[in-house]
Structure formats: structure tokens, C-alpha cells
Design a protein around this ligand. Structure first.
Ligand code: AMP
Length: 557
């Protein structure tokens, strides 16, 4: 029976309002830095809940957000689910066609939009057929509606007008823990994005696991700044975890630059922050020419794609712990974190770095197995690899209305992650590749990720990615795409990179070609997009004269 004692989000907000009413929530917005307390946050969340219900939003309805990280977006995080509706965060960096698809697929009723993102949304609406027909209202995040709002074929209202005058108390309903609280679409490598629904119970258990020492714990002396966007898997759940822990929140606002991130760390005393590796590469660059005081910072959580080992060392040199985490939209998203096991605390630094640069130990609550092509589990010896299957309370059991994808990606209650991994004797998971990206040469596997990381270790390489291109004899061969650094000499870089690779890899792993490009295309979540590269170079003969050495593939005879 549903009741106030179920595993829902509401008690997290109640605790923060009750115990930490004076703790701050700080937000960088178009208008500057805004700040208030949990006390006021609770009042405004109640006002928003009234505005939504009076505006016709009922239990089970979907409310979408098209926003960066700021306090108003955070208000929707609790107001929408705690009235029984679903918070559907939309990634505004997706192509218009995908945005139209997911708004229609999710049957969104109301959309909250940032001023800076309004033209993007308006563009998607302008070219729509009937995808936005069920949308009753657009709410512009701010005091006013943006320019061009009059042309929209949907009612639009400014957020502050929407919430103003409503009572600051709300008689929160009892919600069933299995009620869906949120939704996020994965930007898949093929086809339209797939919707993942998060029930209250999933988010509750994800929050509790995050709070454990083996997760990404946050407490009342922490100042938490999620740089990872709130449209991407609820900013890795951090707004919920930070509230449950009673932490101060800092939201870096629209398109934060390294300077904005540095200023917020310094001025607000940030202790925990999180984002994909490219964010921290930006900060590293910025700090080459600017002094930034990182003394309050304890932990940087890095995930979404592999954290380079050099980044872990760089943060160590600045007395900051980089915690490498792995997860997926399908998992709310936390799966593993690279904490050091206690028996490794006295190990030598290089051994520690080796473990810390892996994707880590599963957080308590999830189980995994690693299976090879024939469905057999592989040994945990650090060498054998296979596909990672995972299950747990906050791992979704299906996609929203996508039976064909369910068939492919789930089996006997396990999510087949599509990540190819090894597990070492200490239990650390290491992602070797995505199943779709691993290169099959002469029947043997080559890890594109390993080659990329090795190439990026060269000082004159800014970015590198490796894909398999079809090959008559060997089936596939690796080709590297390299963005040279500012001071690179392209006439010698090829050989230098190859020499570097020869140190660690057999001949048959070496790329057949190195192609120089200006930038590696990125996905809507900031990862290297191999799909775009493959499309761009499809049909072009990259390898003119294939000079694969005789011992190119060990099993070919
Ligand atoms: P998404 O659902 O967009 O968050 O993407 C999830 C995928 O990102 C995973 O299946 C991995 O392939 C990749 N990923 C996430 N975290 C990491 C990490 N720390 N290292 C390498 N790949 C990662």
C-alpha cells in the first residue's frame, strides 16, 4: 500500500528543509549569481507544485525540462515527482528530429525552457507536424518570456509569474514507490533515443547507495557542484544525493566556461564536483595561465568516458582526489567507483594509479557478470574480457515502449550493457571498449579505447580516436583520427605516435593510417562520436596500400 513510509524522494527534501534550513543553494544564471536557503527552496518548490497542479498537471503526467544547471531547474527536480508527475529532462544538444521524437514519445504536457535554449526549442517546434500537439504550456526559466515567444503556437509564461502568489506549503500526496518519478532518453548510437523511466524507488535506492562510502557520499559539510548537466541522467543523481546529505548546492548555469567553474570553486568553497573528462581538460588548460585556489576541493568525480591516467596524477598534484566512476542512463546512472580497497592503501603509488584509473568497484546493491560471445562467464584475471551484464534496484528492466530494444538489451533480468570489460583479481572493472567499437582484426580483438589513450599520451596530440575500417583480408583494421596540438609538427608526429604505440602493443594492433582532423566530432553528451566519423569517412579509401605486417593477426595462417 502506498504511504508516507515508502521509498520515495519526498523524505530527502523534508530532511534538508527540517535540519538544514539555512544551508545555501547557489546558482549562476543569465542574471548573475543567485542564492537562497533550503528554507526558501522548500517554499518555492511548494509554490511550483501548486502552479503545476492548478495548471492541470496530474499524477502520471510528464513535465519536460530543456535547461542547464540552475536553481529553478533544481526546483522542478522535487516539485514534479513529489506531486506524482514525471520529470522528463531533455538533452537540448540533440538534433531537432530527436527532440521532436522524444517530446511526442513521452507525451510531455509542459516544457520548462531556458532563455538561451529557447531558439533551439522554438526551431524544433516550428518544423514539427503534430509532435507538440499535447504540450499545453511552455514555461520560460526567468522573470520574463524570451524574444520571439509570441510566435510560439503554445502558451508561454515566465517562471516567476507561474509560481508567484501560490502558497508556500503543499499537502504532499502519498506516492507509490513504484510510480515513475523521472525519465531520460539515451542517445543511442543507432536509431532514435530510447526512454528510461526512473521510479521513486529506483531514485531512492540510487541515492542511498550514492551516500555510502563506496559510492559518492555527500554530507552537511560538503559544497556540491554538479557540472555534469542536469539533463543527463539527473546530473548523475547529485541534486538528490546532495539534498539527502544536507549539502550546500552550487549550480554552474548555462554553458559554463573553465573560468566560471574556477570562480565558483573558489568563491563558494566547492568540495565535490563532477563532470566528463573534457570539462577537466578545460580547467587544466585554464590553470596553465591562471592561478586558481583549489584548496577547498576534496573530490572530482569523473565519468561518462574514461578518465586519462594523467588527469588522476594532475589532480593528485593539486591535493584533489579524482574518483573515476562508471554508469549508464539505464542505471540512474551509478554502477562503479574507483575507490581504493583498504588493502591497497599501503601499495606503491603506481599500483594505486593502475587501480584508480580503472572504472572501479561496483557500488553496494548492484551485481554483475562478464560473459563472452558464447554466453560463458569469463574469469576475473584482468585479461579475459567479455560483455558486462548488470542488475540491481536502480537498473531499469526495460525501455519505454521499445519492445525490440528490450529483446536485444535485457536477458533474465540482466541489462546487457554493451560495454566490453575485464575484471582484475581485486575486482576492479575496466572498460576495454564499447561492443560496437571494438575492432576485429583477423579474428582477434583490438581495443580502440586503449589505442586512443595511448595516442593521447603524446604531448602534441590534443584529441585522438580510433575506429575499425572494413578490410578485405583482415575483416577490420584500426585507423586513428588525430587532432594535433598547437605546437605539433605533422611531418614527424606520425612516426612519433607509432613509436609510442610500438613500445606497448604488438604490430597487428598498430593503426594502418593516421588521419589528421581539426576536431573529433562529439555526441550530445560530449563523448567522441565514432558514428559520425564512420559516416563521414564511409566509402573513402582510407587505407590505400595495406601494409599489414605478416604477423598482423596471430591466428591467421
Ligand atoms: P550514457 O548512458 O550516455 O551515460 O552512456 C553510458 C556509457 O558511457 C557506458 O555504457 C560506457 O560505455 C560509457 N562510460 C560511462 N562512464 C565511463 C567511464 N568512466 N569510462 C569509460 N566509459 C564510460
Amino acid at each position: 500500500m502506498p504511504g508516507g513510509h515508502d521509498q520515495t524522494l519526498r523524505p530527502f527534501l523534508w530532511r534538508a528543509e527540517t535540519l538544514y534550513e539555512d544551508t545555501e543553494i547557489v546558482s549562476r544564471t543569465h542574471e548573475g549569481i543567485e542564492r537562497y536557503t533550503y528554507d526558501e527552496y522548500g517554499d518555492r518548490t511548494a509554490q511550483l507544485a501548486h502552479a503545476l497542479t492548478e495548471g492541470g498537471i496530474e499524477e502520471g503526467d510528464r513535465v519536460a525540462t530543456f535547461c542547464w544547471n540552475h536553481h529553478r531547474h533544481f526546483e522542478t527536480y522535487f516539485a514534479v515527482p513529489t506531486i506524482g508527475a514525471q520529470l522528463h529532462t531533455i538533452n537540448p544538444l540533440l538534433p531537432d528530429e530527436h527532440i521532436r521524437f522524444i517530446v511526442q514519445n513521452a507525451e510531455d504536457r509542459t516544457i520548462f525552457v531556458d532563455h538561451s535554449l529557447f531558439p533551439k526549442l522554438a526551431g524544433a517546434i516550428a518544423d514539427a507536424d503534430d509532435e507538440f500537439d499535447q504540450v499545453d504550456r511552455v514555461v520560460a526559466m526567468g522573470e520574463t518570456v524570451p524574444e520571439g515567444a509570441d510566435d510560439l503556437p503554445v502558451d508561454i509564461v515566465a517562471y516567476e509569474d507561474f509560481v508567484e502568489g501560490h502558497p508556500t506549503e503543499y499537502d504532499w500526496p502519498d506516492i507509490d514507490e513504484d510510480q515513475s518519478a523521472g525519465m531520460c532518453y539515451t542517445s543511442g548510437t543507432t536509431g532514435m533515443p530510447k526512454g528510461v523511466e526512473y521510479t521513486h524507488k529506483m531514485l531512492w535506492s540510487h541515492t542511498m547507495a550514492s551516500l555510502t562510502p563506496q559510492g559518492i557520499p555527500m554530507a552537511d559539510d560538503d559544497v556540491v557542484m554538479p557540472v555534469v548537466p542536469m539533463f543527463h541522467v539527473n546530473a548523475w543523481g547529485m541534486p538528490f544525493t546532495a539534498t539527502a546529505g544536507g549539502s550546500k548546492h552550487v549550480y554552474p548555469g548555462p554553458s559554463p566556461e573553465p573560468e566560471d567553474i574556477a570562480n565558483l570553486i573558489e568563491n563558494e568553497g566547492v568540495t565535490i564536483t563532477a563532470g566528463v573528462p573534457t570539462v577537466w581538460m578545460g580547467l587544466q588548460d585554464y590553470m596553465q595561465d591562471n592561478d586558481v585556489d583549489l584548496s577547498t576541493l576534496d573530490t572530482v568525480i569523473v565519468g561518462g568516458s574514461a578518465a586519462p591516467e594523467s588527469m588522476i596524477r594532475w589532480f593528485d598534484d593539486h591535493d584533489v582526489t579524482l574518483l573515476h566512476a562508471w554508469g549508464m542512463t539505464e542505471m540512474s546512472p551509478l554502477g562503479s567507483v574507483s575507490h581504493l580497497k583498504s588493502d591497497l592503501e599501503n601499495a606503491d603509488y603506481e599500483t594505486q594509479i593502475d587501480r584508480r584509473s580503472k572504472q572501479g568497484l561496483t557500488v553496494p546493491g548492484v551485481e554483475f557478470k562478464v560473459v563472452d560471445d558464447s554466453g560463458e562467464e569469463v574469469p576475473h584475471d584482468g585479461d579475459a574480457f567479455g560483455e558486462l551484464w548488470i542488475r540491481g534496484p536502480w537498473v531499469t528492466k526495460e525501455y519505454f515502449e521499445r519492445p525490440e530494444a528490450n529483446e536485444e538489451d535485457f536477458e533474465d533480468g540482466w541489462l546487457k550493457t554493451g560495454d566490453i570489460v575485464t575484471v582484475d583479481t581485486d575486482g576492479y572493472l575496466q572498460i576495454v571498449d564499447r561492443a560496437k567499437d571494438v575492432i576485429k582484426s583477423g579474428g582477434e580483438w583490438i581495443s580502440s579505447v586503449e589505442l586512443e589513450n595511448a595516442i593521447m599520451a603524446h604531448d602534441d596530440v590534443a584529441e585522438a580516436t580510433v575506429i575499425g575500417v572494413p578490410h578485405e583480408k583482415w575483416q577490420e583494421r584500426p585507423v586513428a583520427f588525430v587532432v594535433p596540438g598547437e605546437n605539433a609538427d605533422e611531418s614527424t608526429l606520425d612516426e612519433e605516435v607509432m613509436d609510442l604505440l610500438r613500445e606497448d602493443y604488438p604490430k597487428w594492433w598498430l593503426p594502418d593510417d593516421i588521419v589528421y582532423i581539426e576536431e573529433v566530432p562529439k555526441t550530445a553528451t560530449g563523448k567522441f562520436s565514432k558514428k559520425d566519423l564512420r559516416e563521414e569517412y564511409a566509402g573513402q579509401s582510407l587505407i590505400e596500400e595495406t601494409e599489414v605486417p605478416e604477423d598482423a593477426a596471430p591466428d591467421d595462417d
